[in-house]
Design a protein. Structure first.
Length: 619
């Protein structure tokens, strides 16, 4: 697509969990728990509150179409603040410090006072029905010129377990929200900006890592279209594809709008009860429904079933709106006869509603109240099709397509939080905020100072194991040994099923130090990590004691005299092979000797001993 001519504008909101000891508005730890560890549960119904001007936010009003009962799992690591049964404590100063650090790295200007606000959220992800959020800094920029509009500090939402059940362990973890201006004009630019901001965040060393700890919301529009916010893009590699598919969706919707206008299409708001028609149908859904309601979309034939992005049609958009009323979906004549509905039933349906050849008929089946709500939602979405692209908040589906969630929120969504004191950001505090080295700069330094190749240096700098790498090098471990052990060796062992994550950082550091000091050969490291993973657990002892025990078992000390004796025996047993291959026998014989010494001796020592013995034999 020609994104410039299409007028693509895109901005991004990045939400990153901070790695603090305590949550944002209580003193509970920021650890996640298994649902099997829960200590109890309780239930809530959430309803929208009016803004200071007496308005209810349109997105919240949409969520209230269904009365939903939410269930919350509790743990011994959460308190009454997460339950919304106790006022919040003052804002976590550690979290604010990290947020200020990020703001300074992005060249932003802090606000003079940080005021906490309430953001209305009644989808069940907050027990209180709102999310606390605070504006911290404004107006930054990236090296490519993309503007950063705001950075906010807010509390993380509860984790959805399934359906209407949520886990409270995640609720309240400090989260930064970084919002850019709509300065990106290609899908690739959006992904590049997300990558850069992610690198800045990880450069602090104070953000959580792993799936679900960082999420991107992408705002997209094209000329003639509308701003759409796509929530929860967790995979960085999918961002460009999400943008491409949203552009495809909006261009398709605009093309459908133009064709509808050419046909003089309209939406017949007259709802027809066709329940009796399907009394004996073979479609189980329609037959058991208490009510089957239908509407006629004049001039929509062939367009409701038209694909607007991979796996999605205009009918899918109508179905998303209908689902807000608790129905499973819709049927329409662009896809019928099918699903047990016969051609004869389709003809009678069209006749009942007065549909002509160029019309499409949509039906919903449910209880009477839900069916009535759902058919009204279909009417709303069909009328939007006549205008083009509606402003929406959407959720990402697998592979990058999206589905409707709710309307874009308005100003009525935010109102002041009266239970949290404001925090002053004076010049002295801002000046004291230190800016850490960027990971890209750190990788370049590793090349200069440690002689690592560029690829390995970048892997180390961007790895979660960066802190232990730097501690190992500071303790005198060779940078290449530390890097290859922590990245390549550990990764390969994990692929082979070794529980590498059971070996803590202190034990890995003790192992590297022991190898560097000559306590074991570097060739023994895979076997030693495997043994340490097996013996990890309660009562395993101090790190150095565990490492010494593993070395004694897996790589007992071998003297120089022992090495030379083993080499002489191996060469003598294979004398004919050695005389035939000459010095070319070094490699094969090396493998045999190393297998016997089981990593107890450095490969360089074995190689030198073999080389001497072969020269002696051949001379």
């Amino acid at each position: 697509m020609d994104y410039q001519n299409l007028g693509l504008k895109a901005g991004i909101e990045i939400h990153q969990q901070l790695d603090t000891a305590e949550k944002l508005f209580c003193r509970c730890p920021t650890c996640l728990r298994e649902t099997a560890e829960r200590t109890g549960e309780f239930h809530r119904y959430l309803r929208a509150t009016e803004s200071e001007l007496g308005e209810i936010d349109r997105a919240a009003r949409e969520e209230m179409r269904l009365v939903r009962k939410f269930c919350y799992y509790t743990y011994d690591t959460v308190c009454l603040v997460e339950h919304d049964e106790e006022p919040p404590t003052p804002m976590n100063p550690e979290a604010l410090e990290v947020c200020l650090t990020i703001a300074k790295m992005l060249g932003m200007t802090p606000v003079e006072q940080v005021h906490t606000m309430r953001k209305l959220v009644i989808d069940g992800s907050n027990t209180s029905g709102f999310q606390r959020t605070a504006l911290v800094a404004l107006s930054g920029a990236l090296p490519d010129g993309c503007r950063i509009e705001t950075i906010c500090l807010e509390e993380e939402a509860a984790q959805r377990v399934e359906g209407e059940t949520f886990s409270l362990d995640r609720l309240g973890i400090p989260l930064v929200e970084i919002t850019t201006a709509p300065d990106m004009h290609t899908p690739e630019a959006v992904q590049q900006v997300a990558e850069y901001i992610g690198m800045v965040l990880r450069s602090t060393g104070r953000v959580k890592r792993g799936l679900g700890t960082i999420r991107q919301d992408v705002n997209i529009s094209i000329a003639g279209g509308a701003r759409v916010e796509i929530k929860g893009v967790q995979e960085l590699g999918l961002i460009a594809e999400v943008v491409r598919r949203e552009v495809e969706r909006q261009t398709s919707l605009l093309a459908i709008r133009d064709e509808l206008r050419e046909r003089g299409a309209t939406v017949d708001r007259n709802v027809v009860d066709v329940t009796a028609l399907f009394a004996e149908t073979k479609s189980a859904i329609l037959k058991k429904a208490k009510a089957v309601l239908a509407i006629r979309l004049c001039g929509f034939a062939g367009l409701v079933g038209r694909e607007i992005q991979p796996g999605r049609r205009l009918g899918s958009e109508m179905s998303d709106y209908a689902k807000k009323c608790g129905v499973g979906g819709i049927f329409h004549t662009d896809e019928l006869p099918a699903y047990g509905v016969t051609a004869d039933e389709v003809e009678r349906l069209r006749s009942l509603v007065g549909a002509e050849e160029n019309d499409c008929v949509v039906i919903v089946a449910a209880g009477r109240e839900r069916a009535g709500c759902a058919i009204e939602q279909v009417i709303v979405r069909a009328e939007m099709a006549l205008s083009g692209v509606p402003e929406e908040t959407r959720k990402m589906l697998e592979e990058g397509s999206t589905a409707y969630m709710r309307p874009l929120p308005g100003a009525a969504r935010m109102y002041p939080e009266t239970d949290v004191f404001s925090v002053a950001i004076d010049a002295d505090r801002w000046d004291r905020t230190a800016v850490p080295e960027l990971l890209t700069g750190r990788a370049a330094r590793f090349v200069r100072e440690f002689g690592l190749d560029e690829a390995l240096a970048r892997q180390v700098a961007f790895s979660e194991r960066l802190p232990i790498f730097e501690r190992a090098v500071a303790a005198g471990v060779r940078p290449t040994l530390a890097a290859r052990t922590l990245l390549a060796t550990c990764r390969e062992l994990a692929r082979d099923g070794v529980a590498v994550d059971r070996v803590d950082e202190e034990t890995l550091l003790a192992l590297l130090s022991a190898v560097e000091a000559g306590g074991a050969a570097k060739e023994a490291i895979p076997d030693l990590i495997t043994e340490l993973a097996k013996t990890a657990g309660a009562g395993a002892g101090k790190p150095r004691e565990r490492v010494d025990a593993a070395i004694a078992k897996m790589a007992p000390a071998v003297s120089q005299a022992d090495v030379e004796a083993i080499v002489r025996r191996v060469v003598a047993e294979r004398e004919a092979f050695a005389r035939e291959r000459g010095m070319g026998a070094l490699g094969p014989l090396m493998g045999i000797v190393m297998q016997e010494v089981r990593g107890s001796v450095d490969g360089k020592v074995v190689s030198e001993a073999l080389r001497r013995e072969l020269k002696h034999l051949l001379s």
